[in-house]
Design a protein around this ligand. Structure first.
Ligand code: FAD
Length: 388
């Protein structure tokens, strides 16, 4: 049986890596299992949200783990929102009076490997190609599968930590074992990501120190800068348009020609900046957006959920990762305060669940207000992706 200060983390994403670092620094023995391959070896299979807005809450947790400096080397400062009107004019709405009140754009493909490196350096082995499949909580066995050859790998554990994201397999096992009540409410909007490459001279094609927004009422585009001089553009559209609205939607904008016509009409200044628009649109499936409601986050001292696995949210406040990072800090602090893991996990849940629920609600509220107050879209978008 593993020792009392040994934990198994499932998922080497953003929360998993940060938590591993924080735990190792406090003397815990941590082993991490990750479904995907090592992004440092075989190139990054991101699939979702390529760059992320990092706010003060997230930065504080990174600082406590001693990795802030390494992360900030790859971050691009965003001083405010650059709002793109339909006819072309842009306006910068600053987040604060000066550069002490800004948010930062970080590329997931930089951030995850940086945190992985730091986790390994802190002493946490990370095993790739190990997807959590089933858990026997009573016997303390978990089965992991290597998706390359479908081979099972069984491990023993005392405590499992689910940092395996919105579709958490550990959460599913906890639901089966202990009857946790979960519900995911999906929005009737989805998103697609596109890329603005560097300019011919190697520089940025737009103002780099801003979060660009093209508000169009019930739909919109945003673009965040990357330190390699690119922008990641995210297009949010309804899945189906309201009858008679004439709005574009994923059901009606499918082909390259249709997306070109959409950009030509609604985002004309962005159109010449995205040379692979048609190809990217046709090849990238729309991503779903949902809010996870879960009544309990832990199963006594044997399992606990962190980050999206506990509280996935829609991205309209840019706070999912920041909130996941805060969870990690709250968890290790609770573990220091309490004698048993069960008590620590209970305290962590009591502290973090209302906070996560509040951020989830604010993110949804922003989405709903933005969708309904079409005439005031510019105003509503000022509240988007705000400073924490
Ligand atoms: P993930 O980052 O999803 O990591 C989960 C890890 O677990 C992955 O590595 C996965 O491969 C692994 N895994 C999954 N299943 C298994 C399994 N069965 N076994 C083993 N491993 C497994 N947040 C912000 O703070 N700012 C933003 O600007 C922002 N923008 C966003 C934009 C969009 C469009 C979206 C969709 C989200 C955005 N978010 C943002 C939210 C942010 O992406 C998430 O909150 C964050 O990634 C959560 O981290 P996590 O570690 O909990 O989960």
């Amino acid at each position: 049986m593993p020792g009392e200060r040994e934990l198994v983390l499932v998922g080497a994403g953003l929360a998993g890596c940060l938590l591993a670092i924080l735990l190792c620094r406090r003397g815990w023995k941590v082993t991490v299992y990750e479904r995907r391959g090592d992004p440092r070896v075989k190139g990054y299979e991101s699939g979702r949200s390529i760059n992320l807005a990092l706010a003060e809450r997230g930065r504080h947790a990174l600082e406590q783990a001693g990795v802030l400096e390494a992360v900030m080397r790859q971050a691009v400062m965003m001083r405010g929102r650059m709002v793109h009107g339909r006819d072309g004019p842009t306006r910068l709405h600053r987040y604060g009076r000066d550069d002490s009140e800004v948010i930062w754009s970080v590329h997931r493909a930089d951030l995850n490997p940086t945190l992985l490196e730091a986790a390994e350096r802190a002493g946490a082995p990370v095993h790739f190609h190990r997807r959590l499949h089933t858990v026997d909580f009573d016997a303390g066995y978990a089965r992991l599968i290597d998706d390359r050859d479908d081979q099972p790998h069984d491990i023993r554990f005392r405590t499992l930590v689910g940092t395996d994201g919105a579709g958490s397999a550990l959460r599913a096992a906890m639901v089966r074992k202990a009857g946790l009540v979960e519900r995911t409410e999906f929005l009737d909007h989805s998103y697609k990501e596109l890329t603005i490459p560097p300019a011919a001279d190697g520089g940025f094609r737009m103002e780099p120190h801003a979060l660009h927004i093209w508000p169009r009422g019930r739909y919109m585009c945003i673009a965040l800068p990357n330190d390699e001089r690119t922008f990641t553009v995210t297009v949010f559209l309804p899945n189906q348009a309201a009858p008679g609205s004439g709005d574009p939607c994923f059901a009606s904008v499918r082909s390259g020609a249709e997306v070109r016509a959409l950009f030509d009409r609604d985002f004309p200044d962005a159109l010449p900046l995205i040379p692979d628009l048609e190809r990217d649109w046709e090849h990238h499936p729309p991503g779903l957006l949902g809010t996870l409601y879960l009544d309990r986050w832990h199963l006594d001292g044997r399992a606990v959920l962190v980050g999206d696995a506990a509280h996935a949210m829609v991205p309209f406040h840019g706070q999912g990762m920041n909130c996941a990072f805060e969870d990690c800090l709250a968890m290790v602090e609770a573990m220091e305060r309490h004698g048993s893991l069960e008590a620590a996990f209970a305290a962590y849940e009591v502290e973090r669940k209302p906070n996560a629920a509040a951020i989830q609600a604010m993110a949804l509220e922003n989405y709903i207000e933005m969708r309904d107050r079409v005439d005031d879209a510019g105003f509503q978008l000022q509240r988007e992706l705000e400073l924490a």
